[in-house]
Ligand binder design. Sequence first.
Ligand code: TYD
Ligand code: MG
Length: 473
Amino acid sequence: MEDLVLQEYNKKGTILLAKAKTKFVCQNCGYVSPRYLGRCPNCGVWNQMVEEVDHPESAKAKATPSRRVSDLESKPVSIDNVSFEKEPRIKTDLSELNRVLGGGIVPGSLILIGGDPGIGKSTLLTQVSGQLANTGGKVLYVSGEESASQIKMRADRLDISGKNLYLYPQTDMSYIRQTINEMHPDYLIIDSVQTMDEPEITSAVGSISQIREVTAELMNIAKQDNITVFVVGHVTKGGAIAGPKILEHMVDTVLYFEGDTHHSYRILRSVKNRFGSTNEIGIFEMRTKGLVEVSNPSEIFLEERLADANGSAVVVSMEGTRPILVEIQSLITPTIFGNAKRTATGLDHNRVSVIMAVLEKRGNLMLQNQDAYLKSTGGVKLDEPAIDLALAMSIASSYKNMGIPGTDCFVGEVGLTGEIRRVNRIDQRVNEAEKLGFKRIFIPKNNMGDWSKDNKIQIVGVSTVTDAMNKIF
Ligand code: TYD
Ligand code: MG
């Protein structure tokens, strides 16, 4: 510290504090520069360099957490001699959450939950805490955003009570650490990491060094005391968790809670999981009494479908290990003025452009002077190649003004020469479509030989987009 705060006497003899040394840190990636830069040279983001006081001492302290964790096993061990214990899993009442976590909560893990404001992060964690507290765990719910009475109000609405659930409105990490040492909770909830304050760090609450330090401290708490920590993280406008990417690198599991606030459905998606597969999703519905799981999502996404409507095609898409059926809708109308418009909701814009170009060139549909509006229903984001065929057929159906039978569904990737390419997990997709009462499924011809089961559903192999259109329309 002394070297930072240089003391100087001016002529009158009063003490002047020289300006402390500062640095500029990119709030997006953590890049450090001695002077202000408009654009971060590391990640290319504009206007994210924030001035922070240079703190060499804390920089040293910063390097420790991962070291402390690995101290126990500091010698190399032959892989044959490593004793392997299957991590025990704690199951919550929400089986959708258990699945997203890879089968339940791993004790001592640090789980980060990100999502837009108002999406239901606090609701989810209040429900989970209430339930964990009732099954014997001691839960400490630290909130930096709401007072104890506000949390209590929410808990009342959710019918949650219990003497093992402790509410603690606090933002100072040193007090939180002290409380943990005194009460030894089994679970710690931090709502949210951006409001927590590590008093040793001089930079503002919510800045990158604060978030990094707080997360490192939480990681310590999780690993040393074997406490399971749930951390809420706010997301930026772009949809990433606010703060640097390193936040996601430090924690064990990252879940995103998404869905738009206009729909009551919420999707919990795993994007990183040290203890299970990613790309699992859990689907919930926000009701007046909190979040309720949805165990058969396909029925919901297809619920309001008009039978045989023009421009509607159903796809069997895989979300993690689970097939879900979603309707893709297109509206193709002649362009009145200027360039043709292309709008896609819940679908990748580039994918839509490619499919339209393929239909134009290989399927002889005149789409260049047509506006195209596409969406996937129910607010689901579809992003896998296997949705291509349904996308193409939905566009063709709207363009030709010819409906697709409501009992048909599609899977298949479309190549640039108009060929339909094989997709993975075809048997699961076919079975799910059959289970939901579909009569016909169109799949890539190359996938036809992949199973030998007798299915009630009629399976049609198609080789090109033209072939598919001929068979449907
Ligand atoms: P909240 O969990 O506070 O969101 P976050 O912590 O992600 O910011 O949830 C806020 C929304 O959820 C709020 O708009 C009201 C709604 N809600 C319900 O519809 N039912 C409920 O039982 C609760 C507790 C909240
Ligand atoms: Mg909240």
